[in-house]
Design a protein around this ligand. Structure first.
Ligand code: DC
Length: 250
């Protein structure tokens, strides 16, 4: 927040900075809404840190399968979570790699096997508590754009700009099918892919803790019929309106 005093046309004092951290943009929405592509581009253009919270839920799901962790045993799970570290590192292609306990899982977390269990894992109270804390640590000093399902409602409820990105189910399934990062999607027929997305939408929006819902103060953008650049430009315009350059903490 910044304040300035004006007397008519004259500015009497310069801005008083009350902002404790750099701004945060929260981008939530269902699978295939274009969140990842849009969020990455915004991070690049606005020089913000990019936080893919879905990758954290996916990495944890990967580890649960790999180490045959019985996630239904709450106490045991709590102890396991204490020893888990998830970190993002920039790789040589200026993309991010995600590591869980030193395993690089960037590619493996994009398989249908992980997509089919991640909603279940992400509905567990202990898992959400652990990952939300990790995400808040990453965003402590701001300067980031985070994408997920509960960023504007739970992780960063004070984010300066909240976007709820969505698109019709047909559009989302088509996008997933042509998404090179979504490992198995190319092999699944469009109808099945649509059903799988609908199932995940239902699980993500009907879970008890932090379901996928639009925050009251989020701006909804329906991306059907819009190019990625149009959506990115719109969000950047909204950001510049909310956070004039002169008020930003460097
Ligand atoms: O964005 P994604 O498809 O990679 O997310 C994978 C799953 O992780 C999604 O189905 C629900 C869960 N998720 C969540 O519950 N909360 C988040 N902030 C991000 C993802």
């Amino acid at each position: 927040m910044a304040g300035a005093i004006r007397c008519g046309e004259t500015r009497l004092i310069d801005h008083v900075f009350l902002m404790k951290r750099r701004p945060i943009i929260a981008i939530d929405g269902p699978a295939g809404s274009g969140k990842s592509t849009v969020t990455k581009l915004i991070a690049k253009k606005l020089k913000l840190l990019y936080l893919d919270t879905g990758a954290m839920y996916r990495a944890l799901s990967w580890l649960m399968i790999k180490e045959s962790i019985d996630y239904k045993k709450e106490k045991k799970l709590k102890n396991i979570l204490k020893n888990i570290s998830i970190v993002f590192k920039s790789n040589t292609n200026s993309h991010q790699d995600v590591y869980i306990n030193d395993y690089c899982v960037t590619e493996e977390i994009r398989t249908q096997k992980i997509s089919s269990i991640v909603s279940k894992i992400s509905s567990i109270k202990e898992v959400r508590k652990f990952l939300v804390e990790e995400q808040r640590k990453i965003g402590e000093s701001g300067g980031l754009v985070a994408e997920g399902r509960d960023i504007g409602t739970t992780v960063f409820p004070n984010a300066e700009l909240k976007i709820f990105l969505t698109a019709s189910i047909d559009e989302r399934a088509k996008r997933r099918k042509s998404d090179k990062n979504s490992k198995d999607s190319q092999e699944i027929d469009l109808h099945t892919l649509k059903e799988l997305i609908k199932k995940r939408d239902f699980e993500d929006s009907s879970r008890e803790i932090s379901p996928l819902i639009k925050a009251n103060d989020a701006i909804e953008i329906i991306t059907d019929g819009h190019t990625i650049n149009e959506v990115v430009d719109k969000i950047i315009d909204l950001y510049n309106d909310k956070i004039p350059k002169e008020t930003e903490i460097k």
